[in-house]
Write a protein that binds this ligand. Structure first.
Ligand code: AMP
Length: 449
């Protein structure tokens, strides 16, 4: 997962990109970067760490220009190193170019081996660099045509931005896995992963970039085309379940409202006798509110979240992740003591978080703990940009719900059904979503190394 932001035609391009990245920080916390253009030269700053720590005033002052793109990253392909921080920036025969990519190419390894065999020298281990090599080798006459040619050669997920000295280009793969939105701030155009980035800088949300759409923004304004082979849509349903910010307008809907509906649906599918409904903050909050409303049970705060640690999962090392739950969450005894508690979370991946949370709630006096998950069992890895690389790490891939309940020591455990998920997410047929992490039905062939 990653977040991207781009702006064309604003005197404060770097400052606004900084703010935009701030609003997208939930999509990646390992590294951040901004590249600007003053019409002649590209300048960049990339660093490990959080946007607020990286982009100080002196750094931003070194990034002049009215065009910019930025990126926040957490690694799904390639390690957590500065060399993989984006935007990637290069000089090639067509001039200077920077790229910021959200998504994953399923054919990245094979493509890279082919390029290397052909003499290409790679500077990172990120799959994004493949596109740059394809662009540099393209004989097409314009940057736009080179970008199209390069993207046509990839397979998988991309919501991607390109910056040259005079152009901002944005593209979304034909399946539309990852989001990308278009906004306007007076005369300037803005592209961003999610609408909260527009809200923060007070830009107007115009529309989503459509699956398969490419937009070129330059001195002639904005032009849109659909240059990629058409494919059935497959928007990532996990963005709605967990990844996107709850205040996002995503895939034509409000993420917060969808999450409440997921909770309400879960209550109707998986009711339980209880005294109180609590959430695992922050990600479980909207679904817990929806569950409580539908179940006609009181909603209360049973866990407090520290805002000084990142998302547990985002820390790449198991040792840190393990410790992280306690660092992040603390129980509220007065809500829990002697109660039969329904605790709602959005997903179980490895099961470590849930196990610790159930123990924490029981140690704080909860009489019963009923865990309810506002998505189906996560049984299949994502190859399109969510960090769930191997099947053996997914507890639901090799355990039944009863076995998981015993492992997490809950008095009961229940998940939302796939049908309930896609219905609450707004498409009962499920056909417009990629739900491969729950169903194993991948919308593209998988070329795994
Ligand atoms: P686990 O301990 O591995 O079961 O982690 C489950 C927790 O991680 C849940 O509370 C989710 O909110 C969160 N989560 C699920 N998927 C992801 C992901 N891909 N990246 C970061 N956090 C996640």
């Amino acid at each position: 997962m990653c977040g991207v932001f781009g702006i064309y035609g604003h005197e404060e391009a770097a400052n606004l990109t900084y703010l935009g990245l701030h609003a997208l920080q939930h999509r990646g916390q390992e590294s951040g970067g901004i590249v600007t253009s003053d019409g002649q030269r590209l300048r960049s700053h990339r660093s490990m760490g959080l946007v607020a720590d990286t982009f100080t005033q002196p750094v931003l002052e070194q990034l002049p220009g009215t065009l910019a793109i930025g990126h926040v990253r957490y690694s799904t392909a390639g390690g957590s190193h500065l060399k993989n921080a984006q935007p990637l920036q290069v000089s090639f025969v067509g001039g200077q170019l920077a790229v910021a990519h959200n998504g994953n190419f399923v054919d990245a390894e094979a493509t890279r081996r082919g390029l290397e065999a052909d003499g290409a020298i790679f500077q990172s281990d990120s799959d994004t660099e493949n596109i740059i090599h394809h662009i540099a080798r393209s004989k097409a006459p314009t940057l736009e045509a080179k970008v199209i040619e390069a993207l046509r050669r990839t397979s998988g997920a991309f919501s991607v931005l390109f910056l040259s000295d005079t152009q901002l280009i944005g593209a979304r793969d034909p399946i539309g896995f990852r989001p990308l939105v278009l906004g306007r701030l007076k005369e300037a155009y803005v592209l961003a992963s999610e609408t909260p980035a527009l809200d923060l800088i007070e830009a107007e949300f115009i529309r989503e970039i459509e699956p398969g759409e490419l937009v070129v923004i330059d001195a002639n304004g904005l032009r849109s085309s659909f240059p990629f082979e058409k494919a059935p849509p497959g928007r990532c349903v996990f963005e709605l379940v967990y990844f996107a910010r709850p205040d996002s307008q995503l895939f034509g809907t409000s993420v917060f409202q969808v999450r409440k509906k997921l909770g309400a649906q879960l209550a109707s599918e998986q009711p339980v006798e209880a005294d109180v409904v609590i959430a695992v903050p922050d990600s479980g909050v909207p679904a817990a509110i929806g569950y409580a409303e539908a179940a006609k049970l009181p909603y209360d705060v049973g866990l407090i979240r520290s805002h000084y640690v990142g998302r547990t999962f985002i820390e790449p090392q198991q040792s840190i992740r393990h410790f992280g739950v306690k660092l992040k969450l603390a129980p509220v005894r007065s809500t829990l003591e002697g109660k039969r508690v329904v605790v709602v979370d959005d997903s179980i991946v490895r099961g470590t978080t849930s196990r610790k949370i159930v123990k924490m709630l029981k140690d704080a006096g909860a009489r019963e703990v009923h865990l309810r998950i506002s998505s189906p069992p996560t049984s299949w890895p994502c190859y399109y940009g969510i960090d769930t690389p191997s099947r053996k790490e997914l507890i639901a891939a090799s355990h039944t719900v009863d076995e998981i309940a015993r492992y997490v020591t809950a008095d009961s455990l229940a998940y939302l059904s796939v049908q309930g998920l896609v219905t609450a997410a707004g498409d009962a047929s499920g056909r417009s979503f990629c739900a491969a992490c729950f169903t194993g039905k991948y919308p593209t062939p998988l070329v795994t190394a």
